[in-house]
Each structure stands twice: as C-alpha cells, then as structure tokens.
Design a protein around this ligand. Sequence first.
Ligand SMILES: NC(=O)c1ccc[n+]([C@@H]2O[C@H](COP(=O)([O-])OP(=O)(O)OC[C@H]3O[C@@H](n4cnc5c(N)ncnc54)[C@H](OP(=O)(O)O)[C@@H]3O)[C@@H](O)[C@H]2O)c1
Length: 288
Amino acid sequence: MKVGFIGLGHLGRAIAKRLIEQGVELIVWNRTIEKAKDFAKETGAEVASSPMELINKVDRVFVIVFDSHASEEVIFGEKGLIKGDIKGKTVIDMTTNHFAYAKTAYEELKKLGAYYLDAPVLGSVIPALKGELTIVVGGDREKFEENKPLFEKFCKAIYYVGEAGKGSKAKLINNIVLGGIMDILAEAVALGELSGFDKETIINILNDGAGKSYILDVKKKKLLEEDFSTHFSVNLIYKDLHYAQDLIKELGVFSFTTAAVKETYGLARKKGLGNLDFSAVYKVLKED
Ligand SMILES: NC(=O)c1ccc[n+]([C@@H]2O[C@H](COP(=O)([O-])OP(=O)(O)OC[C@H]3O[C@@H](n4cnc5c(N)ncnc54)[C@H](OP(=O)(O)O)[C@@H]3O)[C@@H](O)[C@H]2O)c1
C-alpha cells in the first residue's frame, strides 16, 4: 500500500526522494501545491489535493512541516487528516515540534482511534539523501515496531524513547548543541579573519584544534565559500531554541547559553538572514 507524505520543504523533499528511491510508493501533499506537482513530475509520486483526501488512500502518513502550528493545521485543521478516514491509521510526525503539542496530538488522535508517533529527525538534507538520518521516536511501541522497516530506509540510527513528547524533547536538547556549536564556530571564523588570518587557515587551525566537530565538517565549505543556500534555516533553529527554552522553563532550571545563542539567531533574522542556512550566522559578526 502507498504511504502518505506531507511537507516537501528542504528536508521533507530529501526524505521523500530517498523513500521513493528505496521503493516506497508515496502519495504527497504540500501547502504550496506546485511544489508537490513538481516533485511528482520528477519522481512519479501521486499528488493528493488535501491532507483529508490523502488519508483516505493510505494507512500511514509522514508529516514534516515547519512547526507545531503547521502540524496542527495539517492534522487537525480544515481539510486536515482528521477530517478524512483517520480511524486505525498512523501519523508519523517528523516535524521538530513543541513537546507539549506532540503529547496533545497523540492524545487527540487516540480519542479518534488513530495513532501518533512523535518522530523528529537529526541530520539534514545530505544525510537524508544518503539514508543516514537519526530518528528519535515517542508513542506506542507497537506502532514504532510496525513502522521501523520504513525508518530503516532513510535512517542509520533509530531510537524508541517512550511516550509521545519525549522524541521532541530529545530533539530540542540536541538542537541546543547544534545551534550553539554552529554559532561559536561561525564567530571563531569571523574573529580569525578580523584578526588577519586567511579564512581557510583559521578553519584548518580550528579543525585541528578545539573546533573539530561534525558541524565544522559539514559546514566548512559553506563558511569558506560563503554559500548560505539553505539546508537548515536560521528561522528553524530560532523556532527550535524557543521550544527548548520552554523545556528549560518546564524543568524549572536555566540556560544562559541557550538564551544567548537563540538571540544571536534572532539578530540574524532581524538582519534579513532568516531564510538562509543557519551557518549564515557568520555574517552577523563578519559584516556591519
Ligand atoms: N532542514 C533540516 O536540516 C532539518 C533537520 C532536522 C529537522 N528539521 C525539521 O523538519 C521540519 C521541516 O524542515 P524543512 O527544512 O523541510 O523546512 P522548510 O524548508 O522551511 O519547509 C517547511 C514546510 O512546512 C510547510 N508548511 C509551513 N507552514 C505550513 C502550514 N501552516 N500548513 C501546512 N504546511 C506548512 C511548508 O509548505 P510551503 O511549501 O507551502 O511553504 C514546507 O513544506 C521542521 O520542523 C524542521 O525543524 C529540519
């Protein structure tokens, strides 16, 4: 049976492409429907006219949209998934969501006899195309096991972490690290250049020193060439760090680092860099 796929943004498109390459037949929907039609032309996927129509044709659907408002609209909104034949079906939500929303979505779908997996992914466009993402899943274990063979088609690491909401929490904790390392690396490169080092030299020094990291490996070329075409946007990390701050608040603790890093991306947005790759945070320090 075909699988549903909603959300053909930068990452969604890459995952959908990988699934098709692995032999999974998809029915896709995207808010800007032209993107879905272009994708269908390229891959042969079927296009649905709405989430409501899509759910009538599948028994499971991936959702990967901007944030929890978007997820809510797609699942619970007008012409959303629940307006179709949702009973007994599974929604696999790979959006990086607010943890509280993921729990509510699970509970609301349960009331309708449907299932929700809180299943955010770690990694970006290139790992997705290579089938090397990591997925962290919360929700019913039975539904997780049932869908694991699908996860294996685009993930190298698969975690089941318990109740819905916990997948989102793990993802947000990871993105505190992601946003923080990207910010500090970009600042270090800019500081190096402002101190008179050639950019490649300072990047190589950092790579042989304290900056050696997965993030530097994957963003080195972008920093060097100042190619900030989007894989993971400034707007997305800014959203994630807000959700992370809500987690910090719920836990009754604090994180000065998260606050400072979030505001650096806030400044990047203010400077008009919101839709660029989050490595564009480099420009905040480098340019006037
Ligand atoms: N990019 C990454 O490297 C990465 C890595 C890990 C996790 N994630 C997470 O994965 C999710 C998607 O990321 P992405 O990079 O694919 O995002 P993106 O390129 O910004 O695309 C966002 C997608 O959400 C859709 N959307 C936004 N608002 C909507 C609404 N109200 N109703 C329906 N659809 C809506 C957009 O539709 P339109 O085309 O109509 O705008 C588009 O398909 C995000 O939660 C992100 O945090 C991304």
